[in-house]
Design a protein around this ligand. Structure first.
Ligand code: ATP
Ligand code: MG
Length: 448
């Protein structure tokens, strides 16, 4: 049980129609578990109040609403988003858990999943679900923090100034981890310095005596550290490969489906097996382990749990289809993650094939950022590109690697599937909006 109706009334100043107890929270009637509190949020396109009947049908324990609804117990409030935020603050205030907030341009969800395993090996751990990192996802995740959790991990995302400032106020972390600063959402920020400053808003929510964990190899690390100090954060730790950093990668070696790393975390030698390959994945693991140390957790037990980590769907998960190995990176792309993914493709045996779609929200430098990937295409034997922005890369890339270009992923898919041979490794990557998942599905269908 996580909330009684009386506690919800106290936290939100709402009024319950009847006494009740609920378990978790959900804003989606399709994902709700029996006994959950259904929170009716008004979104841009839909009003959650239209789905309260569906929520009660799915056995919601109660609904948090700002309109009169039938079908089960409710708490009536003036504004459900505000009430959800109230619940988050109340859940946070009553918790003794060590709280971690994770932000960064790339690697938030990957690192959060690693922390779920790492802290999970040490005690009851609550982490944000899926990519619940926005203005309702963060309060929803924090409000779901169970009593008795020893660790809580929350992903915080943003594409505008001020967003992290607001969201970190619900998490109030003991440890704030910035995974990386990279050109993502550049169209809103203009420069990577501005992106670093926006990420730095996370320091404003750290509890007194808390810790900032920063990426040592980033050109912006000192800027981040300065911002942390300006916000009175005195414990600042760095992870990366440079000598003297607090969480340092000493050796990396690919092994089987994953990798083995040797590291030193706050002076302690740590060997870990990670169930997914890639130096970028190892970097996330290092950030995760230094975060565990900063939260007072046992790093050796935490590190042992990372062998269970596997690459996530659309973020490096691999599958075999009809004699072809597919690396599915269709969920997300920016120059940093493109380069990381191409570095992994370079190591494949057999023909290495890159199928790349547009990187979105890159701003005025977009064409140059796309064309700038040309040298990294040496990692591939054949390159297929699609989308209006990838035309710049097509024009800039070495002719001998050109396989085909098409305006959209749907147009490119049949050309790719027709060109493949047994033994090929195919990397499919692009921003979610470029719909590279169409090609992933075509590869699955070809294999079946
Ligand atoms: N440290 C890193 N450096 C470079 N690329 C990375 C790093 N970590 C993850 N990636 C790649 O970036 C992409 C997104 O990863 P992930 O979903 O973990 O990031 P995120 O920050 O949660 O993204 P979102 O903003 O969509 O929530 C994946 O392709 C992943 O392989
Ligand atoms: Mg994410």
């Amino acid at each position: 049980m996580s909330w009684t109706s009386a506690e919800i009334e106290n936290a939100t100043l709402g009024r319950a129609s009847a006494p009740f107890e609920v378990g978790g929270l959900s804003i989606d009637s399709r994902k709700l578990r029996p006994g959950d509190l259904y929170v009716a949020i008004k979104g841009e396109n839909r009003d959650g109040h239209d789905f309260t009947a569906a929520a009660f049908k799915a056995k919601a324990g109660a609904a948090l609403v700002s309109k009169k609804v039938e079908g089960g117990p409710t708490v009536a409030v003036a504004n459900t988003q505000r009430a959800l935020e109230d619940l988050a603050c109340a859940a946070r205030a009553r918790s003794d858990a060590a709280i971690v907030a994770v932000t960064g341009s790339v690697g938030k969800t990957t690192t959060k999943e690693m922390l779920k395993l790492a802290f999970g090996a040490l005690g009851p751990t609550h982490v944000s679900g899926a990519s619940l990192n926005n203005h309702w996802g963060v309060p929803l995740s924090v409000a779901g923090l169970p009593r008795g959790a020893k660790f809580g991990v929350f992903e915080i995302g943003m594409n505008h100034f001020g967003e992290i400032r607001a969201l970190v106020g619900f998490a109030r972390p003991h440890v704030a981890l910035i995974t990386a600063v990279a050109p993502a959402h550049l169209e809103f920020f203009g420069t990577c310095e501005a992106i670093a400053d926006a990420k730095s808003e996370i320091f404003e929510g750290i509890v007194p005596g808390g810790t900032a964990v920063l990426p040592a190899d980033s050109p912006y690390v000192e800027r981040l550290a300065a911002r942390a100090r300006q916000n009175h954060v005195t414990h600042i730790l760095r992870f990366g490969s440079i000598p003297g950093c607090d969480g340092r990668l000493l050796a990396y070696e690919e092994a089987g489906e994953g990798a083995r790393i040797k590291a030193e975390i706050l002076g302690k030698p740590v060997d870990a097996r990670i169930g997914a390959p890639g130096l970028h994945i190892a970097s996330n693991a290092l950030g995760a382990l230094l975060t565990v140390a900063a939260a007072g957790g046992d790093v050796l037990n935490a590190a042992a749990a990372l062998k269970e980590f596997t690459a996530l769907k659309g973020r490096g998960a691999r599958f075999a289809a009809g004699g072809i190995d597919v690396i599915d990176e269709s969920y997300n792309a920016n120059p940093t993650s493109m380069i990381a993914a191409l570095a992994l493709l370079a190591k494949a045996t057999g023909r290495r094939i890159a199928v790349l779609g547009d990187m979105l929200e890159m701003g005025p430098e977009s064409a140059a950022l796309h064309a700038g990937l040309a040298p990294y295409l040496e990692a591939a034997d054949l390159v297929f590109l699609c989308g209006p922005l990838m035309k710049s890369l097509w024009d800039a890339m070495p002719a001998k690697r050109r396989a085909a270009y098409a305006a959209s992923s749907a147009e490119l898919a049949p050309t790719v599937t027709a060109a493949l041979q047994t033994g090929d490794t195919v990397l499919v990557k692009g921003s979610n909006g470029s719909r590279m998942s169409v090609i992933v599905e075509a590869l699955k269908a070809r294999g079946a």
